[in-house]
Design a protein around this ligand. Structure first.
Ligand SMILES: Cc1ncc(COP(=O)(O)O)c(C=O)c1O
Length: 405
């Protein structure tokens, strides 16, 4: 499929926003959904719907098969070793909460240390904060440099024999900086420290290979990967998932329930309590198929072209300030305009059909570090083109005129 045809797969681009064609530059927040995903949800409800993993009637067997086929597709998509390493969650946030609770319950005790970075999304800090309070553990933040990049030396400095977890983003949702993950994971494994990767922004842009990467946990947000909302994936190494206690209790995740005692199912069922997002999981298979049809290499190449084009244009424009300057970067351009609040920028851009996000992007620690309460963020997805960037820059020029800067 040609890159300039990709937009045709997404029905939302037929819509006009404020009488203008939609220029969607908010995929880091949530991506738009292709027709194949939307149709697969409807088809499932119209033809195949039943709860999964419970009844034995024909519909239930079909639904369960479709659900488990998606698990197999995900396993292949991220090259996990075992299908039991793929757990469906509500989102990346729930995946991190699951690990912080379950891994934390078993392996993290008073005085133990967790290393995060100053770039982390609140989803990769708040769950560890709860654990810190519950277990009297310690959180250490690795400092980022003036380009807002993660430095492996800063992580090295923080490691002690009490370090029990390094939890780190794959790509920053504010700067787009790509973390040197392999080096960090190799360093951590040489010291037998588990690594959780917040892959929310990584999975839509970079080819994943869990066996090569070697991390212990990796979380994915399906709604940013052109899939349905309310769905995420937690990859965990089998050796941990076998040992970790369940996160939530309820139907489906048990082996045997007696008045005095309960035994639990094996992973992944152990971690999938209650009725799961059934149509969402089944339809997510279509996101993977679309990505594989286009090819992640081609997707990255196109997104990088659009990104470089945008950054070049912004660099030539003296009144737009780029936030962060990581050397290795993907998909995100955060910026400010002197004297205009990012919310005003986003509102004025919306008049031209340009959708961006403004705010602290759930990264208040980073924003405090750079001395700003908010920034504007344009984020690039599978469907964006250089023309979208031209429209963005023109809309920014209009915004400057409105505010007379
Ligand atoms: C870097 C990062 N981590 C975590 C999350 C939370 O993901 P989810 O919405 O799937 O819970 C986000 C969402 O914006 C994110 O950008």
């Amino acid at each position: 499929m040609k890159i300039d045809q990709i937009k045709n797969n997404f029905p939302i681009f037929k819509k006009k926003i404020n009488n203008k064609p939609l220029v969607y530059l908010d995929s880091a927040n949530s991506s738009q959904k292709p027709k194949s995903v939307i149709d697969r949800m409807s088809y499932f409800y119209e033809n195949e719907f039943s709860n999964v993993g419970r009844s034995v009637h024909s519909l239930a067997v079909t639904a369960t098969n479709r659900f488990e086929e998606t698990r197999d597709l995900v396993k292949k998509f991220i090259n996990a070793k075992h299908r039991e390493e793929i757990i469906f969650t509500k989102g990346a946030t729930e995946g991190i909460n699951l690990v912080a609770n379950s891994f934390g319950e078993k392996y993290i005790n008073e005085g133990d240390e967790i290393i995060l970075t100053e770039l982390e999304h609140h989803s990769n800090y708040v769950p560890w904060h709860y654990l810190r309070n519950k277990k009297k553990a310690v959180i250490k933040f690795a400092k980022i440099n003036e380009n807002l990049e993660i430095q492996i030396d800063e992580i090295k400095k923080l490691i002690t024999n009490k370090t029990k977890m390094i939890a780190i983003t794959h790509i920053s949702n504010v700067t787009g900086g790509i973390t040197p993950l392999k080096e960090i994971i190799d360093l951590a494994s040489s010291k037998k420290i588990p690594v959780l990767v917040d892959g929310t922004q990584g999975a839509p842009h970079l080819k994943l290979d869990m066996q090569k990467l070697g991390c212990d946990f990796y979380v994915i947000s399906c709604h940013k990967l052109y899939g349905p909302n309310g769905l995420g994936i937690l990859y965990g190494k089998k050796k941990w998932l076998d040992e970790m206690p369940p996160y939530q209790g309820g139907g489906g995740m048990i082996d045997e329930v007696k008045k005095e005692n309960i035994t639990f199912a094996e992973s992944p069922t152990k971690f999938e309590a209650g009725t799961m997002q059934t149509a969402e999981v089944v339809a997510f298979s279509e996101s993977i198929k679309l990505i594989e049809k286009i090819g992640l290499d081609k997707i990255s190449e196109n997104e990088n072209d659009v990104l470089r084009y945008g950054i070049d244009k912004i660099r030539k424009n003296n009144s737009i300030n780029l936030v962060g300057d990581p050397k290795n970067k993907a998909s995100v351009i955060s910026f400010t305009l002197k004297g205009i609040h990012p919310h005003d920028i986003a509102t004025i851009l919306d008049d031209d059909g340009v959708a961006i996000r403004a705010g602290h992007h759930c990264c208040q620690i980073l924003h405090e570090k750079i001395g700003m309460s908010a920034t504007a963020r344009a984020s690039i997805g599978i469907y964006n083109t250089k023309e979208d960037i031209d429209i963005l820059i023109n809309a920014i020029e209009k915004c400057k005129k409105v505010f007379k800067i």
